[in-house]
Structure formats: structure tokens, C-alpha cells
Write a protein that binds this ligand. Structure first.
Ligand code: BES
Ligand code: ZN
Length: 879
């Protein structure tokens, strides 16, 4: 197999390159059929480099045309073209200029790494190892150099020529060609290099930084779509202002450009001064984008912009350190969105995402530390663990240190490492030194995989008025790590008295408690609180202050009490989720809920909905019952997804039969006719109203399907239209087929909206879904190479259709594994990503487990898999 020969790369083998790159000058000629890249690299051996040390340059899919050192063509014996690139056998032992000329075929680049064409536009993606597909280079993040690039192309075909940094020259040639020269004064690793050449429209604006410099802002896109870029521009300006205000970080070039392209493997990329975006994260208009789309645009625009400091000014020494930039930047973008919207509601949504995606990863065969110590294919490590757990680690650091000290540490980190390629250890050291704290044990969070479990029991003694909380932590074994160390857990908490208000205590002993935070760093802990007049209800892990699985001592009544009274909104939401999850897991195990159980949860929900001091967006989250996958995880083994689906439906019906009137009233009184605005307040009302509508349909009420159909038909914005269609399709009501057809016809011209149609089709749990997907894939007009289309259809099916993906007859598993084998021949990254859906396969009951294993094994036998897919497959089978 393609992927089989590759050995793992280990962090412990890190060594700096024997040669440094002092300067990079590129001359790129874009022609319709192929592109020529002439590179002049100024190289110099390190002081410690022995004369005669070979120079090994990375290269992939390049056709070498000529090669010279200091202007003299190299003899064939002086260099070697290898599988991985090019070796200069005995380079000069002094500063020298290496010139290479290579040809590329961006037309045929379906992997979308390096230089490729998207709808005619030439664009690049270099992170993590794409630059070696543009020219021979030391393609690793610890090699930093200033870049200058001359781009030449046909004036008609590519009037727009963009790269990093500042435009220093441009001009016309007499053969219909023109050129632009871009120079980036900031030394950077090659992964931040970018070029765009094409016929694009654009919008422009400007931002004045805190020191008074004007930055010209531009967003480039397909002609005719300029008016869809306004929200992205607005988000960009707010991001720039926020990073100055919150973290004192100012932008450092005179230009900041964003380009939207329609073929892109990821969400977006932080290239210095020239971010490239998947167009779905730029384009927004009320008729075509949902509130959730607007929120994603804001957060991803923020994320990529914030990388300018956390990633670009301070970058990673090697790819093992990826979460140094990604975890920190996700933390920063989460904080940005929280400040722009709602702290508690955003927190709920971030945690839901963490549990839905990162927890299963961390508890399955693909578990790895936030900083891994080996990999076969680095592209497989852009994971929820690196990103989302990485962000949680930074968040815990902020919680433990407090806002002021956290800021001191971060300032020192940016100041000390500006212009560096650095490590997690250096990051932690900056916080230790700035604040005088010892963070050595805390650092385990980066090194140890697995989600810690925190078990809590309690005792109250009315005689002595003392209350005891006993806490125990343990982390389950993960692949390659059987022994685990205790972690440092910041546990925000409160004790709630019978009247619903916070209780104080006289003394607390047995462990470290700072105001409202327990700092646990041992395997177990028993805290004794004195001066407690009544048995309290503990509210633990407020705001989800540590990414653990919490087992509380609470019974249902206590949870319902917290749902009503907790001053921490996160835990109010959590308590409702816990009650629902318990009812469902018990029912799956054979113990049905009682009428009293349903009355209890229904009335807690009713009170939540009636509350004057909770946001509508919070209420929407309260109405969303735990997902099927969440229940599966709570059960943990011998999963039968069909049974979980049925139980969840039954619980919804039970609750809705008690709340139908309330929900209908909530729906009707909040169905606003205001003209659309994506702001948090209006979006929150829509979310709440649509959550009610969704329950009215899912709960099988008489009016639900009609209300949904009417909303679908008269909707003035995409949020309302899709929110009406989704429950109809999920419940597969008699309207489903016709409305799906209508939606498809209405939006044939808009690929991003058609993605929503693909996803709706793929997520529906009806028996017909596999047939529908096969028909879509067989349609010759289906764009088989576009990542957004592929992910909308097959990513959604594999990840968000738990019953049909895991059909007992194995048809869902086979559909996905055959798709992976096919797509892998063209785009290994998309293929490997979809394949990760199998990471839960060992949790299924025996029939499904065997069916999943069969599908995986036949994929293994199907032949020549990419390194990406081979690695995921082997780890999934082994784990
Ligand atoms: N640096 C990444 C882009 C990237 C992802 C490069 C994977 C190579 C491989 C960028 O900053 C990023 O993290 N993008 C995310 C979105 C972000 C908001 C989490 C993405 O593309 O999914
Ligand atoms: Zn990022």
C-alpha cells in the first residue's frame, strides 16, 4: 500500500536543520496548463554543521527542470532526486544561492495541497506540508525566512495577483501578461506562504490600529458575490479591535487580505497577511445563511486573524507542538465570540461540541495526547483533541491563574518568543516565570491522553453541621499509555442551601479551596466544610471548569433543584441534560421512566422557559435533549443505536405531551416578523422558537407538522426555512419528500445552500437514506472532487446519522468504507477524515461490531491506500 512503507516520526528525534534559509525569492509564471516556479534560496550552514553534510530538501509532485548553485548548473552527480525530495550531496560550506526551476500541474491537483485551481482561480494551501509541492524546500515550521515573490500571469485570466506582505512592484508586459511583486518582511515558515491568482471581485475597508496605523482590508471572491462578504468584513474589524482591547495585540502589516475559494480542504488558513477561506465561512446573506453560519463566520474570521500573534509571530518548532498555536487560538476565538455574544450560552455550545467530538476521540482507538509524541501523517493530527482539548487546557490555565496573571504570562510568552518557533514547554515556562507558579504537574494535560473521570460522593452531618465532599479522579488507559498520572483539576463549585441561595462555610479543610474553586491535584481528596446549617446541594464543575467526565452524587430531585436554582447557568443546563440522560440510559437498560419522572422534567423545563432572567438562546439549549451519541457514550458498551433512537423519541413524546401548549404558545409568540439581523438577541429568539417547533414535530403533536410546513413556506430567511425543514425530514413526515424536492429546486444555483440539502438528506434516519445517497453519488452532475459537497453528504451521514450508519445489516458501514476507498485516490485528507467516524466501532453490540470490522477489513484489502487513510485505518482496527 502507498501508506504502508511509512515509518512513524518521533518527537524525541527532533533536531534542527544543518542549513538555514536566509532568504527566499520566487518567480512564478502561471500558464493555463502548467505553472513554472523558479526559486532562489539563500542558504547558509550552521556553525555546528560539518563540511560535506548533505542538504535534504523536501519536494512532492514536482518536475525538476534545472538546478544551479551560485549560478553554476549542478552536475548530475552533485544531487539526487529522491522519493521525498532532493538532496544536495556536498553543498558549499559557506553561504550560497540554490536555484531550482520546477514545473507544477495545478490543474491536476485534486489533493488541494500546494498550488491548485479552484473554479479557475490559482490558490495555495501550504500548512502543514504543502509548500514542498510548490518548490524544493526545508518544509518545516522551524525554518523561518523572509519571502519575496514575483507572480506573472495573463492579465485577462488573472487580473488579481496576491501574496503575503506588501505589494512592492507591479506592471504590464506587452504579451498580454502582467506581474506583481510581493514582499513579506516578517520571516516566516513556509506553511504560512500563500499565493492567489485569478479573476476575482473584492470589497475593501480599512482599520486604524491602536498606534494609529491604517491597515487596508480586502476580501476577494467570485465576481457577483461581493455583497455576501459584508458580515465577514465586519467580523474582521471587530476581531482586530478585540485583540487590541483584550490582549493588547496589534496587527503588523499595512495590508490584510482574505480570499474566499470554493474548493478547500479545511475551514480557513492563517497565511501571513493573506488568509484563504473556504467560501462557506465568508459568504452570508439572510436568505442563504443561517444564524449558525453567521456565528461560524465570526468565529473563524476571528480565529485566523488571531493566529497573526498566536501562530505567525510566535510559531511552532515542529508539528508535535501544533496545539501551541491551535489550542491557544481556539481559546482566543472562543473568548472573542463569548465577548461578542453570551458567555454562558457560548460555553454551553462549546462544551456540547467538545463532548460530541473530542470525548469520543479521547475514549477510542484514535486517542492521543494534545501534544502527540509520534505520527505517521501529520494531517491526521488536526484533531478535536489538539484543537478543542487544547483550548480547554489554556482555559484551565486562565482559571487557575486568574485573569490578571494569565495575561501577564501570555504577554511574556508573546514578548519573549516573538519571531520564534517554539514549544509547549516554553509556553508553560512563560506562565511559571511571569506568575511564580509551578505548572509542572499541570503540563501533564498536554502529555496524557484520555478524559479524566471525576467521581464525587458527599455526606452531611446535621449534629456537627459539617459537610464532606469526597473526590476521586482517574484517567482510563489509552493506546500506548496504560499508566496515568493524576491531573490538576480546577473545579469551580458552590453549595446551595434549601432556599436556593449560595451557602457560606466557616472553615474548609482537607485540600486546596480558593473561594469558589477546588484545586485538585491528587488521586483523591476529602474536603470537610464546617458551619453548614442544612444539607446543601453541591453545584460542581461550574462553567465546565475542567474537561472531565463528572459523576455526581446527585439524585434526580437534586438535579431538578439545580436546574431551577443554580446561579451558574451552565450547571442549570447541565442538570437538565443529566436528568434526561439518566432517564434514557435507564430505559435502554430496561427500566422505564415513570409518569412522575416525566412530570418532573417537564415542569423544570416549563419553569426554565418562563424565567425572566434567562436568555432565549439559553432556553433553546435547554430544550435540546442530549443527542443519541451522548446517550450512547453514557451507556458505553454494547450499543444498539436503533434502541437509543426509539427511547429518545419516546422521551421526547412524553415530555412534549405535557408541554404541547406551552411550546405552541412559545412558538407563536416568538415568531417574529422583524427584518432579519444576525445579532445574538434576534438569533436567540429564533433559536428558542425553532427549538419549540422542532419538539412539536418530533413529539408527534397534531399541529407540529403543519406549523413547520407553514414556516418552511413563508420563511424570509434561511435560519427559519431550514429549522422548519429539519424536523420534518428527521421525523420523515408525509411532507418530507416533497419539501426536500422543493428546496433542491429553489436553490439549484447556490452550491452552499445545496450543501444543506445534501446534509439534510444524509442525516435523516429513515430507511431510504442509503438509496438516496447512492442516487446522489451516481448523478453525473455531483461534484465528486469538492470537499464541501463530499463532507456535507458523507461526513454528515457517517458522523450524524448514528442509526443508519450503524445499521445491523452493515449497509451503512459499507457505504462509508467504499466511499473512503474511492475518494482516497483523489483527496486523501477528506477520505481519512470521514473514516474517523469508525472510531466508535468497538462500542457497538456484537452484530454491528462485526459488520463494522468487516467493512474496515475490506477497506484494508482494497489496495493502495494513502498514508493518511492507512494510518487512521490501522489505528482504528488496532485500538
Ligand atoms: N491552521 C488551520 C488550518 C489548517 C487546518 C491547516 C488543517 C492545515 C490542516 C486554521 O487556523 C484552522 O484551525 N482552521 C480551522 C477552523 C478553526 C476556526 C478551528 C479549520 O479549518 O477547520
Ligand atoms: Zn487555527
Amino acid at each position: 500500500m502507498r501508506g504502508d512503507t511509512d515509518e512513524a516520526i518521533f518527537l524525541k528525534d527532533y533536531a534542527p536543520t544543518p542549513y538555514l534559509v536566509e532568504k527566499v525569492e520566487l518567480d512564478v509564471l502561471f500558464k493555463p496548463d502548467r505553472t513554472r516556479v523558479r526559486a532562489l534560496l539563500t542558504l547558509v550552514p550552521r556553525d555546528t554543521t560539518e563540511p560535506g553534510t548533505p542538504l535534504e530538501l523536501d519536494g512532492d509532485a514536482l518536475t525538476l527542470d534545472s538546478i544551479a548553485v551560485d549560478g553554476l548548473p549542478l552536475a548530475l552527480t552533485a544531487y539526487k532526486e529522491t522519493e521525498a525530495g532532493l538532496t544536495l550531496i556536498e553543498p558549499p560550506h559557506k553561504r550560497f544561492v540554490l536555484e531550482t526551476n520546477v514545473w507544477l500541474e495545478p490543474e491536476n491537483n485534486t489533493e488541494l495541497m500546494g498550488l491548485y485551481r479552484s473554479s479557475g482561480t490559482w490558490c495555495t494551501q501550504c500548512e502543514p506540508e504543502g509548500f514542498r509541492r510548490i518548490t524544493y524546500y526545508l518544509d518545516r515550521p522551524d525554518v523561518l525566512a523572509p519571502f519575496k515573490v514575483k507572480m506573472t500571469a495573463d492579465r485577462q485570466l488573472a487580473p488579481v495577483l496576491l501574496s503575503n506582505g506588501n505589494l512592492v512592484d507591479q506592471g504590464q508586459k506587452d504579451d498580454g501578461m502582467h506581474f506583481a511583486v510581493w514582499e513579506d518582511p516578517h520571516p516566516k515558515p513556509a506553511y504560512l506562504f500563500a499565493m492567489v491568482a485569478g479573476d476575482l471581485g473584492s470589497i475593501h475597508d480599512s482599520f486604524t490600529t491602536m498606534s494609529g496605523r491604517d491597515v487596508a482590508l480586502g476580501i476577494y471572491c467570485e465576481h457577483g458575490k461581493e455583497d455576501r462578504c459584508a458580515y465577514a468584513m465586519d467580523s474582521l474589524k471587530r476581531s482586530m479591535a478585540w485583540d487590541e482591547k483584550r490582549f493588547g495585540r496589534e496587527y503588523d502589516l499595512d495590508i490584510f487580505n482574505v480570499v474566499a475559494v470554493s474548493d478547500f480542504n479545511f475551514g480557513a488558513m492563517e497565511n501571513k497577511g493573506l488568509n484563504i477561506f473556504n467560501d462557506k465561512l465568508v459568504f452570508a446573506q439572510p436568505e442563504t445563511a443561517t444564524d449558525a453560519d453567521y456565528a461560524s463566520i465570526e468565529s473563524v474570521i476571528g480565529h485566523e486573524y488571531f493566529h497573526n500573534w498566536s501562530g505567525n509571530r510566535v510559531t511552532c518548532r515542529d508539528w508535535f507542538q501544533l496545539c501551541l498555536k491551535e489550542g491557544l487560538t481556539v481559546y482566543r476565538d472562543q473568548e472573542f465570540s463569548m465577548d461578542e455574544r453570551s458567555r454562558p450560552v457560548n460555553r454551553i455550545e462549546d462544551v456540547r461540541q467538545l463532548r460530541q467530538i473530542q470525548f469520543p476521540e479521547d475514549g477510542g482507538p484514535l486517542a492521543h495526547p494534545a501534544r502527540p509524541d509520534n505520527y505517521r501523517e501529520i494531517n491526521n493530527f488536526y484533531t478535536a483533541t489538539v484543537y478543542e482539548k487544547g483550548a480547554e487546557i489554556v482555559r484551565m490555565l486562565a482559571t487557575l491563574l486568574g485573569e490578571a496573571d494569565f495575561r501577564k504570562g501570555l504577554d511574556l510568552y508573546f514578548e519573549r518568543h516573538d519571531g520564534d518557533a517554539t514549544t509547549i514547554e516554553a509556553f508553560i515556562a512563560a506562565f511559571e516565570e511571569a506568575t511564580g507558579s509551578d505548572l509542572q504537574q499541570f503540563q501533564q494535560w498536554y502529555l496524557q491522553a484520555g478524559t479524566p473521570e471525576l467521581k464525587v460522593t458527599d455526606r452531611y452531618d446535621p449534629e456537627t453541621q459539617t459537610y464532606v465532599l469526597e473526590l476521586t479522579q482517574s484517567t482510563p488507559p489509552t493506546p500506548g499509555q496504560s499508566e496515568k498520572q493524576p491531573m490538576v483539576l480546577p473545579i469551580k463549585f458552590g453549595l446551595i442551601g434549601p432556599n436556593g441561595s449560595e451557602m457560606n462555610w466557616d472553615t474548609v479543610s482537607g485540600g486546596e479551596v480558593r473561594d469558589d474553586m477546588i484545586v485538585m491535584n491528587t488521586p483523591s481528596l476529602a474536603l470537610t466544610f464546617t458551619g453548614i446549617p442544612n444539607r446543601p446541594v453541591p453545584s460542581l464543575l461550574r462553567g465546565f471548569s475542567a474537561p472531565v467526565k463528572l459523576k455526581t452524587p446527585l439524585e434526580q430531585d437534586d438535579e431538578l433543584f439545580l436546574a431551577r436554582h443554580d446561579s451558574d447557568p451552565f450547571n442549570r443546563w447541565q442538570a437538565l441534560q443529566d436528568v434526561a440522560t439518566r432517564l434514557m440510559t435507564e430505559a435502554v437498560a430496561g427500566t422505564d421512566w415513570s409518569d412522575a419522572d416525566l412530570d418532573g422534567i417537564a415542569s423544570a423545563l416549563e419553569e426554565t422557559l418562563a424565567s425572566k432572567d434567562l436568555d432565549p438562546a439559553f432556553k433553546a439549549n435547554a430544550l435540546a435533549l442530549p443527542a443519541e451519541q451522548t446517550i450512547a457514550r453514557a451507556i458505553g458498551q454494547d450499543i444498539d443505536p436503533a434502541r437509543i433512537h426509539a427511547v429518545r423519541d419516546a422521551l421526547i413524546s412524553g415530555i412534549v405531551s405535557r408541554l404541547a401548549e406551552t411550546l405552541e404558545k412559545l412558538y407563536l409568540t416568538n415568531d417574529s416578523r422583524l427584518s432579519y439581523s444576525p445579532d445574538f438577541k434576534q438569533a436567540g429568539r429564533r433559536a428558542m422558537k425553532n427549538a419549540a417547533l422542532s419538539l412539536l414535530v418530533a413529539g408527534g403533536t397534531a399541529h407540529g407538522p403543519r406549523l413547520a410546513r407553514e414556516q418552511y413556506e413563508r420563511a424570509q430567511n434561511m435560519t427559519d426555512r431550514i429549522a422548519a425543514l429539519t424536523p420534518i425530514v428527521t421525523a420523515w413526515t408525509p411532507d418530507a419528500q416533497a419539501l426536500l424536492g422543493d428546496f433542491r429546486t429553489m436553490y439549484t444555483a447556490d452550491p452552499l445552500v445545496l450543501d444543506k440539502w445534501l446534509a439534510l438528506n444524509a442525516a435523516a434516519p429513515d430507511e431510504g437514506v442509503i438509496g438516496r445517497i447512492k442516487a446522489i453519488l451516481a448523478d453525473p452532475s455531483f461534484p465528486r472532487n469538492n470537499p464541501n459537497r463530499l463532507r456535507a453528504l458523507m461526513g454528515t451521514f457517517a458522523m450524524r446519522n448514528p442509526t443508519q450508519f450503524a445499521r445491523a445489516d452493515g449497509a451503512g458501514f459499507r457505504l462509508v468504507s467504499e466511499f473512503v476507498a474511492d475518494v482516497d485516490t483523489r483527496n486523501p485528507q477528506v477520505a481519512a477524515r470521514v473514516l474517523t467516524a469508525f472510531r466508535v466501532w468497538k462500542m457497538y453490540e456484537p452484530t454491528r461490531r462485526a459488520a463494522a470490522e468487516n467493512a474496515l477489513k475490506s477497506l484494508k484489502e482494497s489496495g493502495d491506500l494513502s498514508r493518511n487513510t492507512a494510518e487512521i485505518l490501522d489505528r482504528t482496527l488496532a485500538g
